[in-house]
Design a protein around this ligand. Structure first.
Ligand code: NDP
Length: 434
C-alpha cells in the first residue's frame, strides 16, 4: 500500500491472496524463503508506451498502452490484452498478479502477464481498429515472443484484434512463431479456444455441485456480461440442463424468464459479435424485458456466473443473491466480486469459486494452442474439449486438496490461492534470487 497508494484494484487482489496465504505460510515457513512474497507482489517488468494512430477523419489520436510481465518462474509470461477506456496500471497489475496464480493452477508451464490500452474499440471502424493494433505492435513486438511473452485476448480484444496484431508481429519479426493465442483457425488457432473460458466456468460449477452430490439439471442461472465469456457460459450451462435467464452489458440487463435457449443465444451472438449492437435493441425488437442501468443480481436464481468485469458484484448484490437462495457462484470474469461480497458468500457457506480457478479454462486452452503450434498439429474439437474438461477437474481437485476445512466444507478461495502459490513458490525458490 505504501508503494502503490493509487492502485486500488491491485491492492485488493493482493489483499485477497495474502489473506489465504498468511496462515498457510505460518504453518509452512519454507515458502517464505528468498522473500518469495515480497518478490511476487512486484512485477518483474512493466512496459508503458505511447500509441499514436490516425483515425478515419484524418485526426491523430494518442493512446497509452502497457504490458505487465509479472512472473516467469514457471514459463513465458502469459495473459491477455485488454482494450477499454478504464485500462490503467492498477487494473493491469491486478490482472497480471491474478494471472500468475491462475496459470500455475492450469498445470501447464505458463508464467503470468497482462497488457492493454485505454483505446475504446466501440464505435470504431474496422480500419481504425486495424491501424490502432498495428501502431501498438510497432512497440509491443520487441517485448514478446513464443518463449518470452505470449499475449491473448480479453475485454475489447477478440479474434479481430488478435488477427491484426498477429499480422504485424509477423511483419516486424520476420518470424511466424506463434506469439498470440486466440488466433483464427486458419493461422494457428485452436478449436474450442473461443468457447473455453465460458465452458470452463460452467465445468467448474458442475464439479462444485457434483462434490456435493448435486448437478446443473433444472437449475436457474444468472449471467452478467454478453461478451465472449458470457456467451459460451450461457451455451454450456444450457447444454448441461440449466436455464439461463439473464445476460447484461454496460447499459443494463436482459431478463428472459423462460430461458435463453440456443436460438435466442445465436441471435444475441450475431448481434454482439457481427453487428456489434446493443442488448437493449435486441430486447426491444423481441419483446424481452430490459432493465436499464441494472445488474442481474437482484433476480432470484440458483447459480450466478459473473462474466463481465471486475467489481461488478458488491456486498449488497451478494446479500440480495443470498436472500434469494443462491447456492453457487462461479466467477467467469476476473475479480468480479468485491472483497466484501466474497466475505458474504464465504460466511454464508455457499459454493463460491474465485475467477483464478473457475475462469482458468481460457488460458489453459491457450496453453493447448501453444502446444499445438509447437508440434505443428491441430487437435480435434473433441480432443481439446476433453483436455479442457480434464484440466478444470484437476483445478477443482487441487482446490479441494488445499481448501478443505475442518468441517469438511471447501473454501475455494483459500484452495485456489494456496495451490496456485505453492507451484510458483517452489519454482522461485529452486531458481534462487533473480
Ligand atoms: P468481452 O469484451 O467479450 O465482453 C465483456 C462484457 O462485459 C460485455 O458484455 C461488456 O459490455 C461487459 N462489460 C465490460 N466492462 C464493463 C463495465 N465496466 N461495466 C459493465 N459491463 C461491462 O470480454 P470477455 O468476455 O473476454 O471478458 C469478460 C471478463 O472475463 C473479463 O473480466 C476478463 O478479464 C475475463 N476473462 C476473459 C477471458 C477470455 O478468454 N476472454 C479469460 C479469463 C477471464 P459492453 O459491451 O457494454 O462493454
Amino acid at each position: 500500500a505504501r508503494r502503490d497508494p493509487n492502485q486500488p484494484e491491485f491492492l485488493q487482489a493482493v489483499k485477497e491472496v495474502m489473506t489465504s496465504l498468511w496462515p498457510f505460510i505460518e504453518k509452512n515457513p519454507k515458502y517464505a524463503s528468498y522473500a518469495v512474497l515480497e518478490r511476487l507482489v512486484e512485477p518483474e517488468r512493466v512496459i508503458q508506451f505511447r500509441v499514436s494512430w490516425v483515425d478515419d477523419a484524418g485526426n491523430t489520436q494518442v493512446n497509452r498502452a502497457f504490458r505487465i510481465q509479472h512472473n516467469n518462474a514457471i514459463g513465458p509470461y502469459k495473459g491477455g490484452m485488454r482494450f477499454h477506456p478504464s485500462v490503467n496500471l492498477s487494473i493491469l497489475k491486478f490482472l497480471a498478479f491474478e494471472q500468475t496464480f491462475k496459470n500455475s493452477l492450469t498445470t501447464l508451464p505458463m508464467g503470468g502477464g497482462k497488457g492493454g490500452s485505454d483505446f475504446d474499440p466501440k464505435g470504431k471502424s474496422d480500419a481504425e481498429v486495424m491501424r490502432f493494433c498495428q501502431a501498438l505492435m510497432g512497440e509491443l513486438y520487441r517485448h514478446i515472443g513464443p518463449n518470452t511473452d505470449v499475449p491473448a485476448g480479453d475485454i475489447g480484444v477478440g479474434a479481430r484484434e488478435v488477427g491484426f496484431m498477429t499480422g504485424y508481429m509477423k511483419k516486424y519479426s520476420n518470424d511466424t512463431g506463434s506469439v498470440f493465442t486466440g488466433k483464427g483457425i486458419t493461422f494457428g488457432g485452436s478449436l474450442v479456444r473461443p468457447e473455453a473460458t465460458g465452458y470452463g466456468t460452467v465445468y467448474f460449477a458442475q464439479e462444485m455441485l457434483a462434490h456435493k452430490g448435486d448437478s446443473l439439471t433444472g437449475k436457474t442461472v444468472l449471467i452478467s456480461g454478453s461478451g465472449n465469456v458470457a456467451q459460451y457460459a450461457c451455451e454450456k450451462a444450457t447444454q448441461l440442463g440449466a436455464k439461463v435467464i439473464t445476460l447484461s452489458d454496460s447499459e443494463g440487463t436482459i431478463h428472459i424468464p423462460e430461458g435463453i435457449d440456443a436460438t435466442k443465444l445465436a441471435a444475441i451472438m450475431e448481434l454482439k459479435n457481427v453487428q456489434r449492437g446493443r442488448l437493449s435493441a435486441f430486447a426491444a425488437a423481441n419483446g424481452h424485458a430490459f432493465e436499464a442501468g441494472q445488474r442481474p443480481w437482484h433476480i432470484k436464481a440458483d447459480l450466478a456466473l459473473p462474466c463481465a468485469t471486475q467489481n461488478e458484484l458488491n456486498e449488497d448484490d451478494a446479500k440480495a443473491l443470498l436472500a434469494n437462495g443462491i447456492i453457487c457462484v462461479s466467477e467467469g470474469a476476473n475479480m468480479p466480486s468485491t472483497l466484501e461480497a466474497v466475505e458474504a458468500f464465504l460466511h454464508a457457506g455457499i459454493m463460491f469459486a474465485p475467477g483464478k480457478a473457475s475462469n482458468a479454462g481460457g488460458v489453459a486452452t491457450s496453453g493447448l494452442e501453444m502446444s499445438q503450434n509447437a508440434i505443428r498439429l491441430s487437435w480435434t474439437r473433441e480432443e481439446v474439449d476433453a483436455k479442457l474438461h480434464a484440466i478444470m477437474k484437476d483445478i477443482h481437485q487441487n482446490c479441494v486438496k488445499y481448501g478443505t476445512q475442518a468441517d469438511g466444507s471447501v473454501n475455494y478461495v483459500d484452495g485456489a490461492n494456496i495451490a496456485g502459490f505453492v507451484k510458483v513458490a517452489e519454482a522461485m525458490i529452486a531458481q534462487g534470487v533473480y
